[in-house]
Design a protein around this ligand. Structure first.
Ligand code: GLN
Ligand code: ZN
Length: 758
């Protein structure tokens, strides 16, 4: 019989319960027992909900206090020595220290999970790394659910994906992390046996790396890994989950693994189905990811039912599972909690809970228990969405059709740089920040009060001005060269703009985990995008009026607006990006007219959208670069355009980043200790660049010598005259008592290095 399954459920809880619990623990307001009890309650609620909805396979170990890749590192005893002396136990505080850093130990590096906005902590392994089963989290959580009468399917990061996402530190002797596979597998085997002993029938091993372009070596590692795991004497049945793309060249290897079930992402790669059906061994169960785990639109149930019926007809119902395309971690929890969403758009949507419903309804339909009413409702919603006049704006369409190539280019960089130097008169190694300053409780309260109508507009604006003025004065005092207004009026860099653009709706509770207790609330882009009025000019112009130093206007770029929203799926992303670009372009031009000499167009999500398969990358980079250039080329040559990206992997996009032709690029580098500059050693980046010298993701204030070392490294790899000095990212998540000493140090270090070279 066709089973209804789920690959992972949002761990954040209703109204961000997990964030509140964890932060209360960090602040010392609750103790370990209270935190653990809160976490148990959350897990129990999620399992019970899924059981009540009729799921046949319910995930466990999808919960995490910070990140599931970090959990695997702890579970397999691979924690870096700087945190826990080898072999030592990792208690909860040590666990959080890995992610957040301590006085003496910088945090582990964090990077984006494939093309999502979820971040994981990168394992740092030694060439002679040993592994052991050092914890029991998956077993304990399996038992916890069992005690509630729910038999779950534990989820683990698969061994090959785990190693492929790790990095080797210390002397590597030409080895790659995959060279550690044989050392790692016994720990997985021990875990599988313990799970089987605890009563688990199935285990889900997530291997999203199977959707990447793999070399022969990695493919061979897949075979070796799963042959070894399959040889475990006592083990549950293994389901290997692939997602975020199709299997393509890895199909053959995936189908040859000695496993009971293979999950494929049919939302991203519907074209995988036919070749899979043609060559899957008859005894292999196929888990069909037909319900999109990456977006919020309702599933086309009719089409999904057809797919299912086709597969059932070919392979038999017992060999088929219906599933979300990937973990539902990437979508908001529950549409039912949204009370304010536009009623028309609402009928087009499905969040995690609604997606479970779709999965169950589809599985039932495949068993012949059709709930026709639900199919009819889904059909009506889809048709209404396709017909709605709300999704098309003729004015926007006409403007798009009239875009000409000259709208996407500026004077050559050298010429612009000369004019900007005259206009801005900055010192060498200019200092700046990325935009936001700490969002204190007072600022957040103020915005909330204004939103609820408790504070009138005049009082609100006056209070924001006070914040801006204080920030400007302080920046002048410590001697920053290019100032920012601080973004106090913004709850979020995407939501702020979405709220002011046509074509978007916001949610109240649509939180999705980004990293740790940092969640984002992506707005929903459902229709053609248009700017109604200037969005940021009022605040930027006020900030500039307070100082003679240049203030940087702060905008979110079109590619990031797109990737950090849930985006309409009824037209190519490139078209949507161009619509966003025109709106941002108009805003940049308005900022310039208001006297801003520097405008930053943030693109932290530029890389995130990079397709996982090589073949699709060129097309993406073309439209993404074009959108940024369209947004940034409306201003005059003497206006300096900055952009910002926060990740440290530039290897395969460096040419595209250069093609953006921003005058100044600031990037995240501190946590990876400038490793990313490798890419810049091979490729001479032409324009100015500010590699972050202060890791803002950790509450730790860096030492003078740390900042100095990073800056010296940067100057060594880059031309000293092209280097800017700035933190890794915006400072909104930090406190003033962390930011003040850190930035003062940063400015001081820049001065010291300047004076040395003079
Ligand atoms: N300007 C934004 C800020 O400083 C950039 C944030 C980001 O890169 N994620 O908050
Ligand atoms: Zn950033």
């Amino acid at each position: 019989m066709v089973r209804a399954t789920n690959l992972g459920f949002p761990r954040v809880g209703v109204v961000r319960a997990l964030k509140r619990l964890t932060e209360a623990y960090w602040a010392g307001a609750i103790d370990t027992d209270e935190l653990q009890q809160g976490a148990r309650d959350l897990r129990a609620a999620n399992w019970r909900l899924q059981a009540a909805m009729g799921l046949d396979h319910i995930p466990s170990n999808d919960f995490s206090f910070y990140d599931h890749v970090l959990d695997a590192t702890v579970l397999f005893g691979a924690v870096p020595d700087r945190f826990v002396p080898s072999g030592g136990a990792v208690d909860l505080d040590a666990y959080f220290a890995l992610a957040r850093g301590t006085e003496n130990a910088p945090a582990m590096e964090m990077t984006k999970w494939f093309d999502t906005n979820y971040h994981y902590l990168v394992a740092e392994l030694a060439a002679d790394q040993s592994f052991r089963l050092a914890g029991d989290k998956p077993i304990a959580e399996f038992r916890e659910a069992l005690a509630l009468g729910i038999k779950t399917r534990p989820v683990l990061v698969g061994p090959v994906t785990y190693l492929c996402l790790s990095k080797l530190t210390g002397g590597t002797h030409g080895m790659t992390p995959l060279g550690l596979l044989d050392r790692l597998l016994p720990a997985y085997q021990a875990l599988l046996t313990q799970l089987a002993d605890a009563g688990a029938d199935w285990v889900q091993l997530d291997e999203p790396c199977l959707t990447l372009d793999l070399d022969e070596h990695t493919r061979a590692a897949y075979r070796r890994a799963y042959e070894t795991l399959a040889a475990t004497t006592v083990a549950p049945q293994l389901l290997v989950a692939t997602y975020f793309g199709g299997l393509r060249d890895n199909r053959e290897i995936a189908l040859s693994l000695p496993i009971a079930a293979l999950h494929v992402d049919l939302a991203r790669a519907p074209q995988e189905l036919e070749p899979l059906l043609a060559s899957a061994p008859p005894e292999l169960t196929l888990s069909l990811g037909v319900v999109d785990g990456r977006n919020v639109w309702r599933t086309d149930l009719d089409r999904a039912r057809d797919t299912l019926q086709r597969v059932v007809a070919r392979r038999g119902a017992d060999r088929v599972m219906v599933a979300s395309s990937c973990s539902l971690l990437h979508v908001p929890l529950d549409l039912d909690t949204e009370t304010d969403i536009d009623p028309e758009v609402r009928t087009w949507l499905a969040f995690a809970k609604q997606k479970l419903r779709e999965i169950v309804v589809l599985a039932k339909a495949a068993r012949g228990e059709d709930e026709e009413a639900l199919f009819a409702e889904s059909r009506a919603a889809l048709e209404a969405r396709a017909r709605s006049s709300r999704v098309r704006d003729v004015g926007v369409r006409a403007r798009l059709a009239a875009i000409t190539p000259d709208m996407e280019s500026r004077l050559p960089y050298a010429e612009r740089a000369g004019r900007q130097a005259t206009k801005l008169a900055l010192p060498r190694l200019p200092t700046t920040t990325i935009g936001s300053f700490p969002q204190t409780r007072d600022v957040r309260k103020l915005r909330a009060a204004y939103r609820r109508g408790k504070v009138d507009r005049e009082a609100y604006e006056r209070s924001i001005e006070v914040e801006i003025e204080r920030a400007i004065r302080w920046q002048e005092e410590i001697g920053i060269d290019v100032l920012v207004h601080g973004e106090f009026e913004r709850s979020d860099m995407v939501e702020y703009f979405a709220e002011r653009l046509d074509g978007y709706v916001l949610t109240q509770h649509g939180w999705v985990q980004s990293y740790g207790t940092r969640y984002v609330k992506p707005p929903i882009l459902y229709g053609d995008v248009a700017r109604r009025a200037p969005m940021t000019v009022r605040w930027a112009a006020y900030a500039q009026s307070l100082t003679r130093k240049p203030v940087k206007g702060m905008l979110t770029g079109p590619v990031t607006m797109l990737h950090w929203s849930f985006v309409r799926d009824d037209q190519p992303d490139g078209v949507t990006a161009r619509q966003l670009a025109l709106a941002i372009r108009d805003e940049a031009v308005d900022l310039e007219a208001a006297g801003l000499r520097v405008v930053q167009i943030d693109e932290p999500a530029f890389r995130e959208g990079l397709p996982l398969g090589d073949a699709d990358r060129k097309g993406y980079l073309e439209w993404a670069v074009q959108a940024f250039r369209l947004a940034s080329s409306g201003v005059r040559p003497e206006t300096q355009i900055h952009t910002h990206m926060c990740y440290s992997e530039f290897n395969n996009i460096i040419e595209a980043v250069a093609a953006l032709d921003a005058d100044v690029l600031s990037i995240e580098t501190a946590r990876s200790r400038m490793e990313l500059l490798d890419a810049f050693e091979r490729f001479r980046y032409p324009n100015a660049i500010g590699p972050g010298v202060y890791d803002i993701h950790s509450p730790r204030v860096p030492s003078r010598s740390e900042i100095l070392t990073l800056l010296e490294k940067a100057i060594h790899v880059l031309r000293p005259d092209q280097v800017w000095v700035n933190p890794d990212c915006g400072l909104k998540t930090r406190r003033w008592d962390e930011v003040e000493p850190a930035l003062a140090l940063m400015v001081d270090v820049a001065r010291e290095v300047r004076s040395r070279a003079a």
